[in-house]
Design a protein around this ligand. Structure first.
Ligand SMILES: *[C@@H]1O[C@H](CO)[C@@H](O)[C@H](O)[C@H]1NC(C)=O
Ligand SMILES: *[C@@H]1O[C@H](CO)[C@@H](O)[C@H](O)[C@H]1NC(C)=O
Ligand SMILES: *[C@@H]1O[C@H](CO)[C@@H](O)[C@H](O)[C@H]1NC(C)=O
Ligand SMILES: *[C@@H]1O[C@H](CO)[C@@H](O)[C@H](O)[C@H]1NC(C)=O
Ligand SMILES: *[C@@H]1O[C@H](CO)[C@@H](O)[C@H](O)[C@H]1NC(C)=O
Length: 352
C-alpha cells in the first residue's frame, strides 16, 4: 500500500466535513435562535414568518412611512381588534391592504410594488396635504382602490382632529391665563396669499402678536403651546383653500384653550367638526375692520367671550395620529368592506 490511498480516506474526510457543518449550524442556532427571535418580535414588530399571520386578522402593509416617521404597528389605542399591521414588504402577497403615502412616492412609480397585485388586495392612496401642496404624479390615476384623506368623501376619512365626549371622570376645562388678544404663528409667507393680505388689513385695526419663520421668530414646541394658550384669539388661516381642507391650525387653538379665527373652507365645513359657537369665521364679517371691532369688543366683555367655551363641558379635542390612524382605519375599513372597489380617477377627484 505504497500509494497511501485507502478506501477509508474519503469517508473520513466526509465525516470531518459533516462535523464541521453540524458545529457551524449548532453555533448559528445558539447565536440566532430563530424561534426566540420570532417569539420576541411577535407582539410588537410583526414577524417575517408568514405562518404566524392569524387568519382572522386583516393584514395592512405600510409600504412607506409617512414623511419617514415610524409609528407603532398596532391598533391598541383605537381598540381595533384583528388588525395585523406590518412594514415588511415580504408580506406583500398576503396583505389585504397596502397603504401608500403620496408625498413618499416621490413622483416615481419605481417606488411602488413591482409584483402583480393579489386579487383580494386593495391599494390605499393616503395624503394629508392639500392639492396646492401635493404634486400630481403621472401613472397614479387608476392605480388605487381606496382613498384616505382629510376629505370627508374619501373612502377612509382621516380629519386633522376631532371632538369626542368628556367622561364624567375627567377634569373640567379651565381657561388658561390670557395676556394677549390676537396671535398668529406662521411660516409660509408670500404677499399674494389671501391670508397675508387679510392680515395686513386686520393689523391696522387690532394688535396682532405674530410669530414664526415668516416673522423671523421661529417657535419651538413648548413655546408654541404657551403662546396659543395665552391668546384669546388665534388666527387659523389655511395656506390654501380646498374642499374640507381644515388642518391643525384649527385644532391647535381648540386643544390649547384659544378661540380660532378661521380662514379656509366655508363655515358649514368647520361646523362639521366643531360647534358653530366655538370659533369665528372671517366670512362672518364684511371686512377685516369689522372683525377687528368684534375682537376688541369681546376683549372687553368676558361673559360673551366665555360663550366660546360652553362646548367644553361636553367635548374634548384630539389631534390626528396620521400614520397610525391611516393604517388602523384602513384595517377596520377592510374588515367591513370585502367587496370589489376601484377608484379610477384620482386626478380629477383631487386636483379637479
Ligand atoms: C425581514 O426580512 C427582510 C428581508 O429578508 C429583512 O431585511 C428584515 O430585517 C426582516 N425583518 C425582521 C423584523 O426580521
Ligand atoms: C387569532 O385571533 C383571534 C381573535 O383575536 C383569537 O381568538 C385566536 O386565538 C387567534 N389565533 C391564533 C392562532 O393566534
Ligand atoms: C375596548 O373594547 C372593549 C370591547 O368593546 C371594551 O370592553 C373596552 O373597554 C375597550 N377599551 C378601551 C380602552 O376603549
Ligand atoms: C356683555 O355681554 C352680555 C351678553 O351678551 C350683555 O348682557 C352685557 O350687557 C354685555 N356687557 C357690556 C358691558 O357690554
Ligand atoms: C383594485 O383596483 C384595481 C385597479 O382598478 C383593480 O384592477 C382591482 O381588481 C381592484 N381590486 C379589488 C380587490 O377591488
Amino acid at each position: 500500500m505504497s500509494t497511501g490511498w485507502t478506501p477509508q480516506r474519503p469517508f473520513l474526510l466526509l465525516l470531518v466535513l459533516c462535523f464541521i457543518c453540524l458545529f457551524i449550524s449548532y453555533k448559528a442556532d445558539i447565536t440566532y435562535p430563530d424561534f426566540e427571535r420570532r417569539a420576541q418580535s411577535h407582539d410588537s414588530i410583526p414577524s417575517n414568518s408568514t405562518e404566524l399571520l392569524n387568519k382572522t386578522h386583516s393584514v395592512v402593509l405600510v409600504w412607506m412611512w409617512p414623511f419617514g416617521f415610524k409609528f407603532e404597528l398596532n391598533c391598541d389605542i383605537f381598540n381595533f381588534t384583528r388588525c395585523h399591521l406590518t412594514d415588511n414588504r415580504e408580506l406583500y402577497h398576503k396583505a389585504h391592504g397596502v397603504v401608500f403615502h403620496h408625498r413618499d412616492i416621490h413622483g416615481s412609480l419605481e417606488n411602488m410594488p413591482k409584483g402583480p397585485r393579489p386579487v383580494f388586495q386593495k391599494w390605499v392612496w393616503s395624503n394629508m396635504e392639500s392639492p396646492t401642496n401635493s404634486g400630481k404624479i403621472t401613472g397614479l390615476n387608476k392605480l388605487f382602490n381606496l382613498t384616505c384623506n382629510y376629505r370627508r368623501d374619501s373612502s377612509i376619512p382621516v380629519p386633522y382632529g376631532y371632538l369626542y365626549p368628556v367622561t364624567s371622570a375627567e377634569e373640567s376645562f379651565k381657561l388658561p391665563a390670557k395676556d394677549k388678544l390676537v396671535c398668529w404663528i406662521v411660516s409660509h409667507w408670500s404677499p399674494n396669499m389671501k391670508r397675508v393680505q387679510y392680515y395686513n388689513e386686520l393689523k391696522k385695526h387690532v394688535t396682532i402678536h405674530a410669530y414664526g419663520r415668516a416673522f423671523q421668530k421661529p417657535i419651538g414646541d413648548e413655546d408654541f403651546v404657551k403662546i396659543i394658550s395665552a391668546c384669546k384669539f388665534y388666527l387659523s388661516f389655511e395656506n390654501s383653500f380646498h374642499r374640507d381642507y381644515i388642518t391643525e391650525k384649527f385644532f391647535n387653538p381648540l386643544t390649547w384653550g384659544s378661540v380660532p379665527v378661521v380662514m379656509g373652507p366655508p363655515r358649514h365645513t368647520y361646523e362639521g367638526h366643531a360647534p358653530a359657537e366655538s370659533f369665528i369665521h372671517v366670512d362672518d364679517f364684511p371686512s377685516p375692520k369689522e372683525l377687528a371691532e368684534r375682537l376688541l369688543y369681546l376683549d372687553q366683555n368676558h361673559t360673551e367671550y366665555m360663550r366660546f367655551f360652553n362646548w367644553r363641558s361636553t367635548f374634548k379635542v384630539k389631534g390626528a395620529l396620521f400614520g397610525r390612524e391611516i393604517a388602523c382605519k384602513t384595517c377596520r375599513y377592510l374588515q367591513n368592506h370585502k367587496e370589489y372597489q376601484a377608484f379610477n380617477d384620482l386626478n380629477t377627484w383631487y386636483w379637479g
